[in-house]
Design a protein around this ligand. Structure first.
Ligand SMILES: Nc1ncnc2c1ncn2[C@@H]1O[C@H](COP(=O)(O)OP(=O)(O)OP(=O)(O)O)[C@@H](O)[C@H]1O
Length: 372
């Protein structure tokens, strides 16, 4: 666990970048620091590995005051990932990933094996090992940056806007991959971003900061969306809060209707409905077609592909979206293998939402914090 206890940073020119910050980043969890430009996120992060020294207050790591530890020893246990990856341009990908294990004196073979395994884990095969950073895309460079930070297997990771420099689609992939990796690794992570959507997605808990280095609210993502503590946080969290909050609510048992289906190549002529769902041989939905517009067999060109598909075990948001996006207004619900289990109408999802509990309970001792 990383604990900030009354930490203030005042730069020599008088700027107070961080003001009396008290915060716990629990072991094995991702704590996100989010807020507008200049609110002190990077300063807070860099005080953890003492790239910046606090002016007052203490930061402890598993109960030990970091101010009393040797900086080199402290940093050995902390991986650091930054925007644009910060790779050494004149070293190969493999050399980059091997940097820290070599510094800490890990054996040559062990270092090599670990580096190769990590590259694999971040989705870069052996082919990339001998390339130079300039021969990689931005997203691939970020992956190397993550692999390099993980190379010495540090229990703590500091990540400063690690996925900000790539386009939104790649960013989404990197976030998903990193979350999968973190499921296995369980690192204690402080993650800085200015993007509230990224914060909500990545954080086990989210600390919203405001300019002047103040902590405005610390809460779990669902709580933050449902109970912003003031106008600043509400504005910062942004629009569609109610809808986005459904991402954190598992779909309850829904009244699924069984759906008549046909397979590709079959004729839709006998179907007495405006829309019919087309599935493949494994009963996986492919799209909807309008029987009256089809003369003969159903081909893949005739499929309406606009509808999304929701997993029965997934969040309510996906189920509502499936119902709203379906041209037939019947939302397609599948099991974990992707096979059709039934369809649900928008008003049925809304009824389920109405009947569901609001997320998390107020913590009376500390409004705005996650329930104890
Ligand atoms: N070395 C420095 N000397 C003086 N002021 C500084 C120094 N470094 C940062 N600051 C100021 O401290 C405040 C916080 O900066 P910091 O970089 O921590 O913010 P941030 O939230 O990470 O911003 P961004 O999202 O723009 O990176 C800003 O007002 C910044 O101008």
């Amino acid at each position: 666990m990383i604990v900030f206890d009354g930490v203030t940073k005042k730069y020599p020119d008088g700027t107070v970048a961080v003001h009396d910050l008290t915060l716990e980043a629990p072991t094995g969890k991702i704590t996100v620091l989010v807020g507008p430009s200049g609110c002190g996120k990077t300063t807070s992060l860099r005080m953890v590995n003492r790239m910046i020294e606090p002016s007052s207050g203490t930061i402890s790591l598993d109960g030990k005051d970091t101010g009393r530890m040797k900086a080199s020893e402290l940093r050995r246990g902390i991986g650091y990932v930054i925007q644009h990856a910060g790779l050494f341009p004149n070293r190969t990908v493999l050399d980059n990933v091997e940097t820290v294990p070599r510094l800490v004196g890990m054996g040559k073979k062990e270092t090599r094996d670990r580096a190769m395994q990590l590259l694999e884990q971040v989705g870069l095969g052996a082919d990339y090992a001998k390339r130079y950073p300039s021969q990689l895309s931005g997203g691939q460079q970020q992956r190397v940056g993550v692999a390099r930070a993980l190379a010495a297997d540090p229990p703590v990771m500091l990540m400063d806007e690690p996925f900000s420099a790539v386009d939104p689609v790649v960013r989404d992939q990197l976030q998903d991959e990193f979350l999968r990796l973190q499921d296995d690794l369980g690192k204690t992570i402080i993650f800085v971003t200015h993007d509230i959507d990224e914060a909500i997605k990545m954080g086990d808990q989210v600390a919203v900061m405001r300019v002047g280095g103040y902590l405005a609210q610390l809460a779990e993502p669902a709580y933050l969306l449902a109970h912003p503590v003031d106008d600043f946080v509400a504005d910062f969290v942004g629009r569609d809060r109610g809808y986005r909050g459904l991402s954190f609510q598992a779909a309850p048992r829904l009244p699924l209707a069984s759906e008549r289906t046909i397979t590709l190549g079959e004729s839709a002529r006998d179907v007495d409905d405006d829309w019919v769902l087309v599935v493949d041989g494994d009963n996986h939905p492919l799209g909807w077609v309008e029987p009256r517009r089809i003369d003969g067999e159903v081909t893949s060109e005739r499929l309406h592909r606009g509808g999304t598909v929701a997993r029965a075990s997934g969040p309510l948001r996906a189920v509502l979206d499936a119902a709203l996006s379906s041209p037939s207004r019947r939302g397609v619900v599948v099991d974990d293998s992707g096979a059709l289990v039934g369809t649900v109408r928008p008003h049925e999802v809304l009824t389920a939402i109405e009947e569901a509990e609001r997320p998390v309970v107020e913590n009376p001792d500390n409004p705005g914090a996650p329930a104890a």
